[in-house]
Design a protein around this ligand. Structure first.
Ligand SMILES: Cc1cc2nc3c(=O)[nH]c(=O)nc-3n(C[C@H](O)[C@H](O)[C@H](O)COP(=O)(O)OP(=O)(O)OC[C@H]3O[C@@H](n4cnc5c(N)ncnc54)[C@H](O)[C@@H]3O)c2cc1C
Length: 393
C-alpha cells in the first residue's frame, strides 16, 4: 500500500474524477479528496493551476507535480507501475493478479519457471479490497485485505515473478505449441502455458455511498463477514436464490435479517422461499429499493424507497449484504474456451480448459467456492498441473 501524499481536486458529478479515484483506490494509493464545489480554496487552487479554467480532476502529487485530467495510463506511469513486460516469451502467463494467480505464479517461479502476471487493476484482486480476512488459515487475529495482498505480492516478487499492473488482457490465441495473450496497449506476449485467473465481479447497487463503505458495513459474502454481526440486525439486498440462502445462513449469527427486494416477491426456488417464510428471524420488504448508503468510514444507515408509493425512509441495520449477482470476468475469452450458461469457465479435473495448454482456476472457474483460501489452493493446484503439462510437451 502506498502512503504517497496525493490530492485529487474534483466534483461529485465528474465521471473522470470518479474513474481516477477508482484507479487510485484499486492501486491502494491514499489520497485526499477536495470537492471544489464545497471548498472555495480548492476551487481557487484548480483555477490557478489551470490558468483560470476549472478543469477536473486536477491531481497534485507529493513532489508538487500536477496532472490535469490524466488517463489511467498516465496515472500508472506517474505511480511507477510496470505496464509492459521485459520479455516476449514466458513459461507461464497468469492472467489476473488475485490470490489464485499470485499463488500459482509463486509456485511456478519457485520451481525456476519464467512467469508473468498481468493484472488490469491492483494486485491482490478482491482479497485486496476486502477490509479484513478473518478466515484465511494462518492468521489467528485475521489480516487486513490490503496487507494480505501486499504480502502475497512480495512473496511472488521474491521468487522472481514479473508483475504487470493497470494492464488489461483483451485476447488469447494458440499457435502450434505456443499460447499468446494480447494486452489493451496492443502488445502480445507468448507462453508455453496460460492460467486464466480473472475472478468474478459482484454486481453493485451503484448508489451513493456504496464504494466508500465496502468492507465497512457493506458486504458481498455472508460466509466471509456474517460472523462479524453476531447478535445484530442486518439487511440483505436481493431476491434470488443466493439472497435467500445467504439470509438463512446469516440467521445463525444475527438476530434479524431484513430482505429488501425491488419486486413483489422473492424470485428464489420454492424450497428457499418456504424456508425464508418459516424463519422468525427474517422479514421480507417488497417493492423496496435502496437509494443511498450513509456513514463516515462505517455504515450508519441507508435510505430506502417504496417503489409503489414513492415514500422514502431511513433504516439503520448494522450491516448490509448485497446479493444481486456475480459475473465471471470471462467475457473477453475466445469462443473456443468453454463456459457454462453464466460465463464461468469449465475445466477438466486437471484445471485445463477446453483449449490445450490453457488452465483456469479460482473464482472465474465453474464450481469454485469463492473464498480466498480456496482461490490460493486452486492456484497451487494449477501450478502443479501446469508443471505436469510442461513435462509432457
Ligand atoms: C468485498 C469482498 C470481501 C471478501 N471477503 C472475503 C473473506 O473475508 N474471506 C474469503 O475467504 N474470501 C473473501 N472474499 C472472496 C475472495 O476475495 C475471492 O474468493 C478471491 O479473491 C478470489 O481470488 P481470484 O484470484 O480467483 O480472483 P480475484 O481476487 O477476483 O482476482 C482476479 C483479478 O483478475 C483481474 N482481471 C480480471 N479480468 C482481467 C483481464 N481481462 N486482464 C487482466 N486482469 C484481469 C481483476 O482485476 C482481479 O484483480 C471477498 C470478496 C469481496 C469482493
Amino acid at each position: 500500500m502506498s502512503h504517497t501524499k496525493l490530492t485529487v481536486y474534483g466534483a461529485q458529478w465528474c465521471s473522470d474524477c470518479k474513474r481516477a479515484k477508482k484507479f487510485l483506490g484499486e492501486q491502494r494509493v491514499h489520497y485526499d479528496w477536495v470537492d471544489v464545489e464545497q471548498d472555495a480554496d480548492g476551487l481557487a487552487f484548480v483555477e490557478q493551476a489551470n490558468k483560470g479554467k476549472r478543469i477536473i480532476p486536477t491531481i497534485v502529487f507529493e513532489d508538487e507535480s500536477i496532472l490535469i485530467e490524466p488517463s489511467n495510463a498516465e496515472l500508472a506511469a506517474k505511480l511507477g507501475l510496470q505496464t509492459r513486460a521485459n520479455m516476449a516469451y514466458y513459461d507461464l502467463i497468469c492472467i489476473g493478479g488475485g490470490p489464485t494467480s499470485l499463488t500459482a505464479a509463486l509456485y511456478a517461479a519457485r520451481e525456476g519457471l519464467d512467469v508473468l502476471v498481468i493484472e488490469r487493476s491492483g494486485l491482490g484482486g478482491q482479497a485486496g479490497i476486502t477490509e479484513r480476512l478473518d478466515n484465511f488459515p494462518g492468521f489467528p487475529e485475521g489480516i487486513g485485505g490490503a496487507e494480505f495482498a501486499d504480502r502475497l505480492t512480495q512473496q511472488a516478487r521474491r521468487f522472481g515473478v514479473e508483475l504487470l499492473q493497470a494492464q488489461d488482457v483483451v485476447g488469447l490465441r494458440a499457435e502450434d505449441e505456443s499460447r499468446y495473450v494480447k494486452t489493451a496497449d496492443g502488445a502480445e506476449y507468448g507462453a508455453r502455458a496460460i492460467l486464466i485467473a480473472t475472478g468474478s465481479t459482484y454486481r453493485r447497487l451503484e448508489v451513493p455511498g456504496e464504494d466508500e463503505l465496502i468492507g465497512a458495513g457493506v458486504h458481498f459474502c455472508a460466509t466471509c463477514d456474517g460472523p462479524f454481526y453476531k447478535g445484530k440486525q442486518v439487511a440483505v439486498i436481493g431476491g434470488g436464490n443466493s439472497a435467500g440462502e445467504e439470509s438463512l445462513f446469516l440467521t445463525r449469527f444475527v438476530d434479524k435479517v431484513t430482505i429488501l427486494i425491488r419486486g413483489d416477491q422473492l424470485s428464489a426456488s420454492k424450497v428457499v422461499i418456504d424456508k425464508v417464510e418459516e424463519s422468525a428471524q427474517i422479514e421480507v420488504r417488497t417493492n423496496t429499493e435502496v437509494v443511498a448508503l450513509h456513514g463516515e468510514g462505517k455504515l450508519s444507515g441507508l435510505t430506502i424507497r417504496n417503489r409503489k408509493t414513492g415514500v422514502t425512509e431511513e433504516i439503520t441495520p448494522s450491516g448490509v449484504f448485497v446479493f444481486i449477482g456475480l459475473t465471471p470476468n470471462s467475457g473477453w475469452l475466445p469462443a473456443e474456451i468453454e463456459r457454462d450458461q453464466y460465463g464461468f469457465v469449465t475445466t477438466k479435473p486437471t484445471l485445463e480448459t477446453s483449449m490445450r495448454g490453457i488452465f483456469a482456476a479460482g473464482d472465474v472457474r465453474k464450481g469454485s467456492t469463492k473464498q480466498a483460501a480456496s482461490a490460493a489452493g486452486e492456484g497451487a493446484t494449477a501450478a502443479l498441473m501446469v508443471r505436469e503439462y510442461l513435462k509432457e510437451m
